[in-house]
Design a protein around this ligand. Structure first.
Ligand SMILES: Cc1ncc(COP(=O)(O)O)c(C=O)c1O
Length: 381
């Protein structure tokens, strides 16, 4: 049976990984500056992760959400401690889209309203409400298009005010650093006013931290660079270092009712063990400090390259914008310099999302390769 052919693939077959590197079926080493879309947070095959997952699968891999699972409580407590988000409640799922789907559903349950405000170039996933709030008509089927979503420009405070005052908006959903779109960010004034407008209009403010969260921006959550209090925070990607797990933080004002949300696999024992090992490692290896140090080092090196027109993002969620489309550059980096990088909806932007324990030597290796690749590009134009 052929695979449903929806992914354009690079001709590389990684079969193992260690730290910041993956190795293909020929034994060739690749430097991973993309972490499989920001998923690999503590590095490939981290010993803490391997040990935790191995031990758990040998003990109890899964049971449903009908029994006591102390691992969920441990994960919730550790998340509260490391994020500093006090008194929120945690609901666990399996992916980013599912986190946003439940966040939007909860916003609608809580407010009794159904329209959503989302932003141009935003990406929130591929399930029903999440995809409807994603600004890409190519991934929205007619079925999803039935949802009521209004897209505004990032930073359009007046637009948000106008729409919320109509009284039918259950949620404003925003990425504090846009991922798939291309690393754009709203202004401080925008985020803080949207937060206030939501509170004044009985609208839930949803921070989509699926890509920009989990220490990647230099704080545990990217919204923590601003003075805002989201009602719901969605997380996934870096949470399981590759094990599928997602979740939402839910403000204490939103009351749970039995049966309101649910999932078979969400919060299973194996996922919680993986998630706990990631959080313990972020803490024990001071990865937030590393993100800030290495992020700053990366930006300094990028500033020295004249072909880079703009450096976007924060911490280790960075974008390098050129005045040409980077598709061929990415291919050159992967095939000739053995370095994985990412693209974005903005075709001129190279997206950098490495494991959070990356070191200066890896950044040096990247910039050496990039400099050589850029010389080649200049010679061909
Ligand atoms: C900001 C953001 N939200 C949601 C998602 C969807 O996550 P998933 O692919 O795990 O469903 C993504 C995935 O790229 C994302 O970047």
């Amino acid at each position: 049976m052929p695979l449903f052919d929806v992914y354009p693939l690079y001709n590389v077959t990684p079969v193992s990984g260690k730290g910041i590197h993956v190795y293909d079926d020929q034994g060739t080493e690749y430097l991973d500056l993309y972490g499989g879309h920001a998923v690999i947070s503590i590095g490939h095959a981290h010993p803490n992760y391997v040990e935790a997952v191995t031990k758990q699968v040998e003990t109890l891999g899964f049971y449903s959400n009908a029994i006591q699972n102390p691992l969920q409580k441990q994960l919730a407590n550790k998340l509260e401690q490391l994020s500093g988000c006090k008194d929120y409640q945690l609901f666990l799922v399996n992916s980013g889209a599912e986190a946003n789907e439940n966040a939007l559903k909860l916003a609608s349950f809580k407010t009794g309203k159904s329209r959503v405000i989302a932003f141009k170039n935003g990406f929130h996933g591929r399930t029903s409400a999440a995809v409807a709030a994603t600004d890409n008509p190519n991934v929205v089927a007619p079925l999803n298009a039935q949802q009521k979503v209004t897209f505004l420009e990032l930073n359009d405070v007046e637009g948000v005010k106008r729409e919320l005052e109509k009284g039918d908006v259950c949620a404003v959903i925003v990425e504090f650093i846009q991922g798939v779109g291309g690393l754009d960010q709203g202004t401080t004034e925008f985020f803080e006013q949207v937060d206030a407008l939501c509170k004044a209009n009985n609208t839930m403010f949803i921070a989509d931290e699926i890509q920009c969260g989990y220490a990647r921006s230099g704080k545990f959550f990217a919204f923590q660079h601003y003075n805002v209090t989201p009602d719901i925070i969605s997380l996934a990607k870096g949470m399981g270092n590759g094990f599928p797990i997602g979740g939402i933080f839910i403000h204490p004002d939103i009351e749970a009712k039995y049966g309101m949300l649910g999932t078979t696999f969400g919060g299973n024992h194996l996922a919680c063990a993986a998630g706990l090992s990631v959080l313990n490692t972020i803490e024990s290896e001071n990865l937030l400090d590393n993100v800030n140090n290495i992020g700053a080092y990366f930006v300094e090196k990028a500033k020295a390259i004249p072909q880079i027109k703009q450096i976007k993002g924060r911490g280790l969620m960075l974008g390098l914008e050129f005045d040409f489309e980077v598709g061929d550059l990415r291919k050159d980096l992967i095939y000739n310099y053995k370095i994985f990088t990412g693209g974005a909806a903005n075709k001129k932007l190279l997206r950098i999302l490495p494991p959070l324990n990356i070191e200066k030597q890896h950044i040096d290796q990247f910039f050496e390769a990039l400099t050589k690749a850029l010389v080649k590009i200049e010679a061909t134009v």
